[in-house]
Design a protein. Structure first.
Length: 255
């Protein structure tokens, strides 16, 4: 008794879809929110407005309590800095919400592999130290940072610790959340990783030119965005962003 061979399977005329579980014509949910570059302008505007309103309220209260309007005490300056950080974080969340409900991983708040994390921190530390030292010798400038003085770092140990916590913990967290978490994500969606990294670093460095050693922000033009993309987390650039605050670190260690 003979049996007929099974029929041959139909020839494939097109490759299977990338996600077979989705029916044809249905677009998959993007793994990264489709933030637009225009949102960066809105976020900056909202962050600046929130900062100005908060600064006005705090300054009025401080003056009403007897503070000198032309020379606000360090405690007030610390409060103003915290308000500024909160305003820009809130602005990023508000604008991001117009595209998708914000999730921590959208902003790089996620775990990362230990090896690349430690490796990039070491490389960044060496790069900052070597580049800063060589550039300072060639140009003949020193790394001066006025922000710790404005925050009262010279007014005793408690003030120094408060300023150190603000500059090395609070400010870097807020800055990395806004710049590498939101701004870089929006600009990367627009023109790709390298253009987004350079633009984000340029904006970040330009904003800090008046309050921190200019030379130490030059390498930030693309490195931090590249680290954010490579590690898929803002943890590494967050730690690396502490390196430019060398004068404050020296005061804290030798206080």
């Amino acid at each position: 008794m003979s049996s007929a061979p099974p029929p041959a399977p139909p020839a494939l005329t097109a490759p299977p879809p990338e996600r077979p579980e989705l029916p044809d014509g249905v677009e998959p949910t993007p793994l990264i929110p489709r933030w637009k570059p225009s949102g960066v302008l809105y976020a900056f505007a909202l962050g600046l407005a929130g900062t100005l309103i908060g600064a006005l309220i705090i300054s009025v209260i401080a003056v009403a309590l007897g503070a000198d309007a032309d020379n606000l005490p360090p405690g007030v300056n610390i409060g103003l800095t915290i308000v500024q950080d909160a305003a820009f974080i809130g602005a990023a969340l508000f604008v991001a919400r117009s595209v998708a409900r914000p999730a921590p991983w959208h902003f790089g708040l996620r775990g990362t592999r230990v090896g690349p994390f430690i490796g990039w921190i070491v490389v960044s530390f060496l790069a900052f130290s070597i580049f800063g030292a060589v550039y300072s010798e060639v140009v003949g400038i020193g790394s001066q940072e006025e922000l710790p003085d404005e925050l009262g770092a010279d007014n005793g140990t408690i003030a120094l610790i408060a300023a150190a916590f603000l500059v090395t913990v609070v400010a870097p967290v807020a800055e990395e959340f806004f710049f590498r978490g939101y701004v870089f994500g929006a600009l990367r969606n627009w023109k790709g990783m390298w253009v987004g990294a350079v633009l984000t670093g340029t904006i970040f460095g330009a904003i800090h030119l008046g309050s921190a050693p200019d030379v130490l922000y030059l390498p930030l033009l693309a490195v931090f965005g590249f680290i954010r993309k490579t590690c898929k987390s803002t943890a590494a650039p967050l730690v690396c962003s502490i390196f430019p605050t060398r004068p404050l670190r020296k005061r804290l260690l030798f206080a």
